[in-house]
Design a protein around this ligand. Structure first.
Ligand SMILES: [Zn+2]
Length: 88
Protein backbone atom coordinates (compact mmCIF):
# COMPACT_ATOMS: atom_id res chain seq x y z
CA UNK A 1 0.00 0.00 0.00
CA UNK A 2 1.59 3.21 -1.15
CA UNK A 3 1.50 6.41 0.82
CA UNK A 4 1.13 9.88 -0.59
CA UNK A 5 1.82 13.23 0.98
CA UNK A 6 -1.23 15.28 1.79
CA UNK A 7 -0.79 18.60 -0.04
CA UNK A 8 -2.48 20.40 2.81
CA UNK A 9 -0.68 19.11 5.90
CA UNK A 10 2.10 16.93 4.41
CA UNK A 11 0.96 13.89 6.36
CA UNK A 12 1.52 10.44 4.86
CA UNK A 13 -1.89 9.22 3.72
CA UNK A 14 -2.91 6.01 2.00
CA UNK A 15 -3.33 6.51 -1.72
CA UNK A 16 -6.73 4.81 -1.43
CA UNK A 17 -8.00 7.30 1.14
CA UNK A 18 -10.70 9.61 -0.11
CA UNK A 19 -9.80 12.25 2.46
CA UNK A 20 -6.81 13.05 4.59
CA UNK A 21 -7.53 11.61 8.05
CA UNK A 22 -5.49 14.42 9.59
CA UNK A 23 -6.94 17.56 8.02
CA UNK A 24 -9.78 16.23 5.89
CA UNK A 25 -8.26 17.34 2.60
CA UNK A 26 -10.21 15.59 -0.20
CA UNK A 27 -8.20 13.48 -2.62
CA UNK A 28 -9.33 12.73 -6.14
CA UNK A 29 -10.10 9.13 -6.94
CA UNK A 30 -7.48 8.06 -9.51
CA UNK A 31 -9.80 5.62 -11.27
CA UNK A 32 -13.25 6.45 -9.98
CA UNK A 33 -15.97 5.47 -12.46
CA UNK A 34 -18.08 8.43 -11.36
CA UNK A 35 -15.42 10.90 -12.39
CA UNK A 36 -16.21 12.38 -15.76
CA UNK A 37 -12.90 13.97 -16.58
CA UNK A 38 -9.90 12.23 -18.03
CA UNK A 39 -7.18 11.70 -15.45
CA UNK A 40 -3.55 11.68 -16.47
CA UNK A 41 -3.15 8.10 -15.29
CA UNK A 42 -5.78 6.98 -17.82
CA UNK A 43 -3.46 7.72 -20.73
CA UNK A 44 -0.44 6.12 -19.11
CA UNK A 45 -0.37 3.29 -21.64
CA UNK A 46 1.99 0.42 -20.98
CA UNK A 47 3.98 -1.58 -23.51
CA UNK A 48 1.41 -4.37 -23.73
CA UNK A 49 -1.34 -1.90 -24.53
CA UNK A 50 0.78 -0.41 -27.31
CA UNK A 51 1.41 -3.92 -28.66
CA UNK A 52 -2.35 -4.57 -28.73
CA UNK A 53 -2.97 -1.22 -30.43
CA UNK A 54 -0.29 -1.89 -33.04
CA UNK A 55 -1.62 -5.42 -33.56
CA UNK A 56 -5.13 -4.10 -34.14
CA UNK A 57 -3.80 -1.46 -36.52
CA UNK A 58 -1.89 -4.14 -38.40
CA UNK A 59 -4.97 -6.35 -38.61
CA UNK A 60 -7.00 -3.40 -39.83
CA UNK A 61 -4.43 -2.68 -42.55
CA UNK A 62 -4.13 -6.35 -43.58
CA UNK A 63 -7.24 -6.53 -45.84
CA UNK A 64 -6.09 -3.38 -47.60
CA UNK A 65 -2.79 -5.05 -48.46
CA UNK A 66 -4.61 -8.15 -49.71
CA UNK A 67 -6.91 -6.05 -51.89
CA UNK A 68 -3.95 -4.15 -53.28
CA UNK A 69 -2.10 -7.39 -54.16
CA UNK A 70 -5.25 -8.91 -55.71
CA UNK A 71 -5.84 -5.76 -57.75
CA UNK A 72 -2.24 -5.86 -58.92
CA UNK A 73 -2.51 -9.49 -60.07
CA UNK A 74 -5.95 -9.00 -61.66
CA UNK A 75 -4.80 -5.95 -63.56
CA UNK A 76 -1.54 -7.63 -64.57
CA UNK A 77 -3.26 -10.81 -65.79
CA UNK A 78 -6.05 -8.86 -67.48
CA UNK A 79 -3.57 -6.55 -69.11
CA UNK A 80 -1.46 -9.47 -70.33
CA UNK A 81 -4.52 -11.27 -71.69
CA UNK A 82 -5.74 -8.11 -73.38
CA UNK A 83 -2.39 -7.44 -75.00
CA UNK A 84 -2.11 -11.10 -75.98
CA UNK A 85 -5.57 -11.06 -77.51
CA UNK A 86 -4.85 -7.98 -79.52
CA UNK A 87 -1.44 -9.17 -80.58
CA UNK A 88 -2.47 -12.70 -81.36
ZN1 LIG B 1 -3.88 16.48 5.40
Amino acid sequence: MALIDCPECATDVSEHAERCPHCGYPFEEPSGPDEGGVVLTDIDIGFNDWAVILLKAGLAAFPVAIIAVLLYFVLTIAGTALVGGIGG
